[in-house]
Design a protein around this ligand. Sequence first.
Ligand SMILES: N[C@@H](CCC(=O)N[C@@H](CS)C(=O)NCC(=O)O)C(=O)O
Length: 204
Amino acid sequence: MTLQILGFPRSNFVRTVRMAAHEKGVEYELVPAMPHSGEVKAIHPAGLIPAMRHGDVCLAESCAIIRYMDATFDGPALFPADVGEAANVDQWMSIVMVSVDQLLMRRYVVEYAFHKDENGNVVRDEIDKSLKRFPQMFAMLDAAVADGFVGSPSFTVADCYLAPIMAAVQLFPEGKEAVANSANLTRYFETVSARDSFIATQPS
Ligand SMILES: N[C@@H](CCC(=O)N[C@@H](CS)C(=O)NCC(=O)O)C(=O)O
């Protein structure tokens, strides 16, 4: 039976689990589904995407889905065997999925993409507030990828979280500029965006 990932391709968290599936070599079907749809709410109590179905197993939350895929399927391990290294990956996953996502996706990208006035103009209140925190956030991220990837010299699942956010943030002018002004992040994005898992999950 084929594993199904429910969600839409532009969601950064959906792209995260799809990238992890590609890195692991898991075949999956992307089932188009919106947050809060009946299909999603049947799996995620808060109606968020991604959700996952695999036979009788239904799961919500990207990290649970990734752990499930890693334990269920053959393929390269998605987490290091070493406890300290695995904890470091967990730490960076958490930082990116909470702090980075909140500022760069929820308060910046999502506001640009969806918050429009009655004339179709972007409502900038939240965007302008988020921009005040860009210098601190981008300094933190630039330092985090200084060794090559997020908190690590090699690619990890934490990069499946950061890469989609870095792609989305550069769709808008201040995000593009912030990445361009961060030497490590620029090099990071060039490297990570060349990976098969990133290319295969590019939203159309
Ligand atoms: N902690 C969740 C976050 C998922 C999430 O925030 N998904 C967004 C799309 S990228 C969503 O469903 N948003 C709808 C909403 O917040 O109402 C995970 O890791 O899967």
